[in-house]
Design a binder for this molecule. Structure first.
Ligand SMILES: Cc1cc2nc3c(=O)[nH]c(=O)nc-3n(C[C@H](O)[C@H](O)[C@H](O)COP(=O)(O)OP(=O)(O)OC[C@H]3O[C@@H](n4cnc5c(N)ncnc54)[C@H](O)[C@@H]3O)c2cc1C
Length: 465
């Protein structure tokens, strides 16, 4: 193996030189396109045949790591996934389960500064930023605010919607190929519910962008909204309905991806925590874990909100902040929504399930802190009571929180950072990790196998910050 690698490395270097890249001096974008550039050179044939023999180690067994393992395994490249806990028990465990290209907009929206300032003054608002002396957090916030404008929002929405659409296509065929249908995959659409004119105005703005990017949707009058959704408590201003949006049971989906990947040769090592990455020059050699040292040829860093801390061990800058969110499950509700609902002003997602509903929301920027803040949980129950006909005595049967991995421009980091030849980053999916999971997994597998990616990877380039 190492002999073959020795044979290939000069070809890879030569290729870069032919393409005008010298190591460490290529532009950010050109580096991210390396796999595509290489394909045009004869050496890629050798690399393609090598791909099957590569040992790939994926750090993080959330939906992103498991999707990467599955698409690698489909290409005959077997990967090992390691996770510090149980597979799928990070942020991918109890999210709202939405698969929503039409809602795939960057987190920094125009007017975010004004909105955030207003929310910071209100108890139980959808956003809370815990003041803390952190240079990382301060620089993340500055970058976030610089991205919160019309131009960046629209240009960020395009690749996000593209990635989400491709992911939904892939999930469609993934689910169709499974023998049991326990994933509760539905494609019934998505409804935005607005109680204020400002909420409706913003929803219509999102509708216009989503339509422009090929998603189908329509405005609903307040009468139509109430007639279609008996669970809603009036008065409402109106809403928006998007067709073709999906939902799935998040943990079962991750488990199904892992099971299918395993059947194709992938390995899973839960309860195995990485505490250091060993690197020499531009190559990573191994990771040190609580269960020993593990070597590989290629590494994928897909550790969600924990990615920043792990990347620091190899002095790689990954500006990801954790955005804590909560999800509450209510069993046997009096009414069941027919489709997932977004309670726009409170930013709460309501998902119908088999015999229960899940209500998810709030964004708490408080670092890697998994503590449950009762006021945030209360804010979600209050939104339920204000928007929906639910029993006033209803108590959630489950309260869960997860740390969304958020980048300052709202786009995930997917690709090879310039600093390392054998590392692919796949993290920072914020509120859209499930929605864009399979497209990300496919892209990671294409980058590792050296194929021409189906989607343009440039907007996700990890060196863009
Ligand atoms: C309330 C809420 C609702 C949401 N709703 C939706 C939704 O409806 N649709 C949607 O698309 N997205 C939604 N999201 C976002 C989505 O859940 C995330 O984007 C997604 O789960 C991120 O997946 P991941 O694999 O990157 O991270 P994770 O699922 O967090 O996986 C990272 C894994 O890395 C492991 N790890 C960390 N450190 C180490 C280490 N040192 N060694 C080994 N392993 C390590 C962790 O244990 C974890 O399992 C929601 C999030 C929240 C909080």
């Amino acid at each position: 193996m190492s002999l073959l690698r020795e044979a290939i490395d000069p070809l890879v270097r030569e290729c870069r030189i032919l393409k005008g890249h010298s190591p460490g001096t290529g532009s950010k974008t050109s580096h991210c396109l390396r796999a595509r550039d290489l394909r045009q050179h004869d050496s890629i044939k050798l690399i393609d045949t090598m791909a099957e023999k590569k040992k790939v180690l994926i750090i993080g067994g959330g939906v992103i790591g498991c999707a990467a393992a599955y698409y690698l395994a489909r290409k005959g490249i077997s990967a090992t996934v390691i996770d510090k806990g149980a597979i799928g028990h990070g942020c991918s465990y109890g999210n709202a389960g939405w698969l929503v290209p039409a809602h795939s907009m960057p987190l920094p929206a125009p007017g975010a500064l004004r909105q955030a300032a207003k929310w910071m003054l209100r108890r139980g608002s959808p956003l809370y930023i815990q003041p803390r002396p952190s240079i990382d957090m301060a620089s993340w916030l500055v970058r976030f605010l610089c991205n919160a404008n019309e131009t960046r929002y629209r240009s960020g929405a395009r690749p996000l919607v593209g990635l989400a659409k491709r992911s939904l296509e892939l999930i469609d065929s993934f689910v169709a190929g499974l023998s049991n249908g326990a994933l509760d995959f539905r494609k019934s659409g998505l409804t935005y519910v607005c109680k204020t004119s400002a909420g409706l105005e913003h929803s219509l703005y999102e509708l216009e962008i989503a339509k422009d990017l090929g998603c189908d949707g329509e405005e609903l009058s307040s009468e139509a909204l109430l007639a279609r959704n008996p669970i809603l408590r009036g008065p409402v201003k109106g809403g928006v309905y998007f067709t073709g949006q999906g939902q799935i049971e998040p943990l079962r989906f991750v488990e199904a991806l892992a099971a299918e990947a395993k059947a194709l040769g992938a390995e899973f090592l839960p309860q195995t925590e990485v505490f250091e990455i060993e690197s020499k020059g531009s190559r990573i050699g191994a990771v040190l874990t609580t269960r020993g040292r593990i070597e590989a040829d290629e590494f994928v860093l897909a550790a969600g909100s924990w990615t920043r801390a792990i990347a620091k061990t190899i002095r790689l800058r990954v500006p990801i902040e954790a955005g804590k969110g909560y999800a509450l499950i209510y069993d046997d509700p009096v009414h069941m929504p027919d489709v997932p609902l977004l309670l726009v002003e409170r930013k709460v997602a309501v998902t119908p399930r088999d015999g229960s509903i899940r209500c998810a929301g709030t964004m708490e920027l408080a670092g890697m802190n998994e503590q449950i803040t009762p006021m945030r949980v209360q804010a979600i129950s209050q939104a339920m009571a204000d928007y929906l006909h639910v029993s006033p005595t209803a108590e959630p049967s489950e309260v869960w929180r997860g740390l969304r991995p958020c980048t300052p421009d709202g786009l995930p980091m997917i690709g090879r950072p310039r600093k390392f030849d054998n590392l692919v980053l796949a993290a920072g999916h914020a509120m859209l990790g499930l929605t864009s999971s399979t497209g990300t997994g496919e892209l990671v597998a294409e980058l590792i196998s050296g194929e021409k990616p189906l989607l343009d990877p440039r907007p996700f380039c990890p060196d863009r910050f």
